[in-house]
Design a protein around this ligand. Sequence first.
Ligand code: URA
Length: 421
Amino acid sequence: MNAVDVIRTKRDRQPLSDEQIDWVIDAYTRGVVADEQMSALAMAILLNGMTPREIARWTAAMIASGERLDLSSVARPTVDKHSTGGVGDKITLPLTPLVAACGAAVPQLSGRGLGHTGGTLDKLETIPGWRARISNAEFLRQLGDTGAVICAAGDELAPADRKLYALRDVTGTVEAIPLIASSIMSKKIAEGTSGLVLDVKVGSGAFMKDLDRARELARTMVELGTAHGVDTVALLTDMSVPLGLKIGNALEVEESLEVLAGGGPADVVELTLALAREMLALAKIDVDPEKALRDGRAMDAWRAMISAQGGDPDAPLAQAPVTETVLAGESGVLATLDAYQVGVAAWRLGAGRARKEDPVSAGAGIVIHRKPGDRVEAGDVLLELRADDENRLAGAHEALKNAWTIGTAGAAPSLILEKIH
Ligand code: URA
């Protein structure tokens, strides 16, 4: 077998054989296939697609590139959630302890942010003392004891994906549905969960800008999960407007704590509860998650989860020293607030990173004062920008130039668009 023949097959729109797929993933993981060869293959896949059989085999080969966790020692039913990512999407933070408080075990292996979308680990690392990296033994112990773990995936979990995702990021090949689906699902299947709820985002702030592509991605992932014995459902949810009112690392922890205390913005609460209900249904647990939010059980589970990883749940969160407000220039109703542009502005303020080695600011970000559908008067505060350094403000203002419209009517878009199972 050689890499050039594999590339030519896909270049010429022929399906790859099982042997070709197994070989190329294994050889790439071992460094026998070079980055430039894998880049060419990824581009051929992006342009010419893959059949369902090829996607299934590609995913299986990525899983086989590393270890598969065995969660059979955990007494509670295991169920996880994955979001394809968006702006202000902090749902994992309140959702994981909430579902644990209802009796399931949530083995949440998370990532860091890149570009305009945030990462769960960056958010939790704003809590003093909290550690993202734990050993497999600690992971299993904590999952059994508290039912809730959010941590970094170990290096041994789908190593082919780690290499390939970094390569796709710099070769314009992230957007291929077969590659996104296999990347996400190889990690989730290798993590060993029995049930999985996918939150597939649709809109300007998401990977998938339109509903048809989001639906195709969701269907592909649901089929992959099911074929590997993971009970999988997907919700397609809106990401044309930022989720919640706070965007930024510590700011999103702050908003998650509001939700866990029984408050928080309506859209964050709605999505947290919708995903919790889907997860609990997969785990066959008949408990009302709304009650667990209101009576403090979810907050207790949060505190246990954070403390177990060395975090101090009572420590004050970082506050950025520089604050500036953005005002409405006219009166009316806020018609749109673009998730992508707000996400880019938060990134420019320091909340996100351009390269995976870059640091992120804990306190930087944006507080939203008006959402679509809200009445505004000229001079009202629309957004509050927060940064560690005032030199960051100009880039954020530039990103926000066309980020909203004020008209005579407007309404918040529906949040939950479709369910795929
Ligand atoms: N997230 C992943 O883990 N992989 C992708 O390819 C895209 C998003």
